[in-house]
Design a protein around this ligand. Structure first.
Ligand SMILES: Nc1nc2c(c(=O)[nH]1)N[C@H]1C(S)=C(S)[C@@H](COP(=O)(O)O)O[C@H]1N2
Ligand SMILES: [Mo]
Length: 315
């Protein structure tokens, strides 16, 4: 087990800028916490092992021939800053987080705004399995069998007006139940955005499950975005609001560190993060590093969205 966990030198945490801004105490706690979790994880299976006992997928590999990441790694190695900066044990911390009832409000520049319950969504939109690579900007990656449906289905139902150019997503705000929201390292609620054509692309889904089961909280229950050609942080979890808007939305990460996290955040081995290279990645569960692929290997389906754009400028 221990060899599946990247050592600290192999991963480069997104929120390190905190210490540069003077939150040194918080930064120290994060790193100590991560080390403790890594040390304990092999010995004591997380509370999520029950989730994985009956995990299932129609696939065992992605379309490039890579193995699925084990269910245990998918549900025990997470970034979910509303709960913690520590990647391990989010499931434990999030136990009891209320995900029912839950609604998603779809509005803004649309002809038909609606507030949908999760039950509505599951009834209305057929759920399918999509096996996608997830590449975190921190240079680790996984292959995950999601269950979900195209975001375009919900957007088409809402009927975007001609003025709508972008989609803005907002995650749940519940500082009483989410300890990370009581710290001030990110501007919560977590906000993300896509250009409308990116949102309408067939690869872009709202995921409601993984490994054949409803999403566990740590992976963004009950509904989260999955945009597989972009860095992991675009894949906003636990969404409550989707708005069609005219102007490019400012995401939480753009607000926190605009030089490090752009709006587009397309996976690109040729555009280094200011603090590390993006040319290779650590696939969780594997020993050797892999080459990072332009658009995370989905270029045939998305490169045309960026024709003529300078990807170094629009990072
Ligand atoms: N609401 C919310 N969504 C989020 C995050 C977060 O902290 N809060 N972290 C992002 C980051 S940095 C990554 S890499 C992915 C991780 O998804 P996973 O834990 O399901 O693998 O979720 C993204 N979505
Ligand atoms: Mo990430």
């Amino acid at each position: 087990m221990a060899d599946e966990i990247p050592t600290r030198s192999e991963i480069t945490p997104e929120p390190i800028y905190l210490s540069r801004r003077g939150f040194i105490a918080a930064g120290g706690a994060i790193l100590a916490g991560a080390a403790i979790t890594a040390a304990c994880r092999g010995a004591a299976p997380g509370s999520s092992s029950g989730f994985c006992a009956d995990a299932k997928s129609a696939a065992s590999k992605d379309e490039l021939g890579a193995n699925l990441t084990s269910c245990d790694d998918v549900v025990n190695y997470n970034n979910f800053y509303e709960f913690s900066l520590d990647k391990g044990g989010i499931g434990e911390l999030a136990k009891g987080f209320p995900t029912s009832p839950w609604t998603v409000a779809v509005g803004g520049l649309v002809a038909k705004p609606a507030t949908l319950s999760i039950e509505d969504i599951l009834t209305k939109y057929p759920q399918e399995e999509r096996v996608y690579r997830l590449r975190c900007v921190e240079a680790w990656s996984m292959v995950i069998p999601w269950i979900g449906f195209p975001l375009a289905s919900i957007l088409n139902q809402a009927q975007p007006l001609a003025a709508a150019k972008y989609v803005r997503f907002e995650a749940v705000y519940d500082p009483e139940d989410m300890p990370g929201q009581r710290a001030e390292f990110l501007d919560f609620p977590y906000v993300e955005g896509l250009r409308l054509d990116e949102a309408m692309n067939n690869l872009t889904i709202l995921a409601t499950g993984l490994y054949g089961k409803p999403l566990p909280i740590q992976d963004g229950a009950p509904i989260r975005l999955v945009v597989p050609w972009k860095y992991g942080f675009k894949n906003i979890k636990s969404i409550v609001k989707i708005d069609l808007v005219e102007e490019m939305p400012e995401s939480s990460w753009m607000k926190a560190a605009p030089d490090e996290y752009g709006f587009y955040a397309n996976v690109n081995p040729d555009v280094p993060h200011p603090r590390w290279s993006q040319s290779t990645e650590r696939r969780i569960g594997e020993l050797a590093r892999r080459e990072t692929l332009l658009f995370n290997g989905y270029g045939d389906q998305v490169a045309s969205l960026y024709a003529g754009m300078d990807l170094k400028k629009y990072f």
